[in-house]
Ligand binder design. Structure first.
Ligand SMILES: NC(=O)c1ccc[n+]([C@@H]2O[C@H](COP(=O)([O-])OP(=O)(O)OC[C@H]3O[C@@H](n4cnc5c(N)ncnc54)[C@H](O)[C@@H]3O)[C@@H](O)[C@H]2O)c1
Length: 267
């Protein structure tokens, strides 16, 4: 018996590294899942190995009508909706360098990132929640990021969108808790995906000095947490943001410098 037996789920950005791992985990736990992505090919590549348990849906998180249609297509196909994993993010490597500082960022890049990453999550909730309430409740898990909880030298729009997701999740939890809707966010630190190497070469080596675990996390590590939050095992957890980052934000800021200074005494 799986923890998600009989549940119907949507995973946005389901063609990507973390989303496809979550979709696989949901199905392994007994759910059926709509794998929704901007790119139909990657949604199909993630859905095809899962057979009848998965449905590939093309949608654009920047387009409200497309989000509404994606939710409707899922409910039309599977008959109900219990779980929403908002996970898509603007991950175009050509645009990443433009998401820079307050003074330098082109305003259209700010708007695009906020529209996809933050407004898109609100709209997923807006269209999913009525179906969840009709079915007796549901669980929403939003992918934020550690970038949403502290400042950084670049990526002001991305970080602000992720901070907004953490707050959005608390509002959804507050406004629909009594109707048995739970909503939490997960905040990954660096996770090993193809996208990471494409968008931030060299970042891994820097971050390695600041995590507490020997290894980086993988998409399967994120999927394990998302599956727990989607399941009834977490029924008393709502409105929380859970960092999953090898303790990257759990130590004093001087940790890596002290390791360099005293490394031989700490091994
Ligand atoms: N990989 C990391 O280290 C890391 C760290 C913190 C947070 N995250 C977050 O995890 C989530 C998944 O990221 P990932 O690492 O799997 O990246 P990824 O690029 O593999 O996946 C993102 C997916 O979103 C899709 N997407 C992009 N724009 C879209 C749009 N307009 N409409 C619909 N789908 C769209 C992409 O096609 C892709 O499949 C993102 O929200 C990201 O911000 C990742």
């Amino acid at each position: 018996m799986g923890r998600l037996d009989g549940k119907i789920a949507i995973v946005t950005g389901g063609g990507g590294g973390i989303g496809s791992a979550v979709a696989r985990r949901f199905v392994a736990e007994g759910a059926k899942v709509a794998i929704a992505d901007l790119f139909e090919d990657s949604a199909r590549a993630a859905a095809d190995p899962l057979g009848d348990a998965a449905l590939a849906v093309q949608f654009d998180a920047a387009d409200p009508a497309s989000i509404e249609a994606m939710v409707a297509a899922t409910v039309a196909h599977f008959g109900r909706l219990d779980i929403l994993h908002n996970n898509a993010a603007m991950t175009d490597p050509a645009k990443h360098p433009l998401d820079s500082t307050a003074v330098d960022i082109p305003i259209e890049i700010w708007d695009e990132i906020i529209d996809i990453n933050l407004r898109g999550y609100l709209l997923g909730c807006k269209y999913a929640i009525p179906h969840m309430i009709a079915g007796g409740g549901g669980s929403i898990v939003n992918t934020a990021s550690n970038s949403g909880t502290a400042g950084d030298l670049a990526r002001i729009a991305y970080g602000t969108s992720k901070g907004g997701i953490i707050t959005l999740s608390k509002y959804i939890a507050t406004q629909y808790g009594k109707q048995n809707i739970r909503c939490n966010s997960v905040a990954p630190g660096v996770v090993l995906t193809d996208a990471l190497d494409a968008t931030a070469p060299g970042l891994k080596e820097i971050i390695q000095r600041h995590i507490l675990t020997p290894e980086f996390g993988t998409p399967d590590d994120i999927a394990a947490l998302v599956a727990f939050l989607a399941s009834d095992e977490s029924r008393y957890i709502t409105g929380e943001n859970i960092s999953i980052s090898g303790g990257g934000l759990s130590h004093q800021p001087h940790y890596a410098d002290l390791l360099d200074l005293m490394g031989e005494h700490l091994s």
